[in-house]
Design a protein. Structure first.
Length: 191
């Protein structure tokens, strides 16, 4: 990692076309501050976790995602909230990645945000996701927290985030993630 450029891999916890979380990550691409480049990754195409499938060989979408995470300086995850928790499709992707050696989230700088139609903006799901990353030894940034409530009112028909306040919060999160990543770089270089 150069001191000037932080490469952030952005992963949405929703694979649907009109995803509000994917919309917030597309906004993050546009809002990235100088010295930060945000690239959209995907958890699409990952099969349901099955130890028998894994024994036969790690599926290609899992390997590709692990490589993308390994190549990134940091990861930004936008999670929906399903029934007060992490959507199964996101947890399933993380479960696959957690069985790899090397495990791609270990010591990786990570930031979490999320968009929901509810009033708490995925707060409950985000705290569950933080708990999962404890076991994976990811370096999850504490603050700022970006919880995008009533997100369907902040995105236009073309799937573009139009709310300036939310945009400022996302940009602040990216600035903080870049600082968090730079702070951890010397320790990670010694690993
Ligand atoms: C199975 C299911 C459970 C949901 N549970 C919650 C919930 O607990 N809290 C909430 O705020 N929204 C909940 N929602 C609504 C989501 O916030 C909404 O579908 C959101 O658009 C999902 O994110 P996405 O647009 O990125 O796909 C739920 C939606 C689904 C499909």
């Amino acid at each position: 990692m150069s001191s000037a450029n932080i490469n952030v891999l952005a992963l949405s916890g929703s694979v649907r076309q009109g995803s509000l979380n994917s919309a917030s990550l597309r906004a993050a691409v546009e809002l990235a501050p100088e010295g930060v480049r945000v690239t959209l990754g995907s958890i699409a195409g990952i099969p349901l976790y099955d130890e028998d499938v894994r024994s036969a060989g790690t599926p290609e979408p899992v390997t590709a995602l692990a490589e993308a995470i390994a190549a990134a300086d940091a990861v930004l995850i936008a999670t929906p909230e399903y029934n007060y928790s992490i959507p199964g499709v996101l947890k399933n992707a993380i479960d696959w990645l957690s069985r790899l050696d090397p495990q791609p989230f270990a010591r990786k700088p990570v930031a979490i945000m999320g968009a929901s139609m509810g009033r708490l903006g995925t707060a409950r799901a985000q705290y569950h996701l933080r708990q999962v990353f404890v076991f994976l030894d990811a370096m999850v940034m504490n603050k700022p927290e970006v919880m995008i409530a009533a997100a369907h009112t902040l995105v236009d028909d073309a799937g573009t985030l139009t709310d300036e306040t939310t945009g400022r919060h996302i940009r602040s999160l990216l600035e903080a993630l870049a600082n968090h990543t730079r702070l951890l770089a010397p320790a990670r270089a010694r690993d």
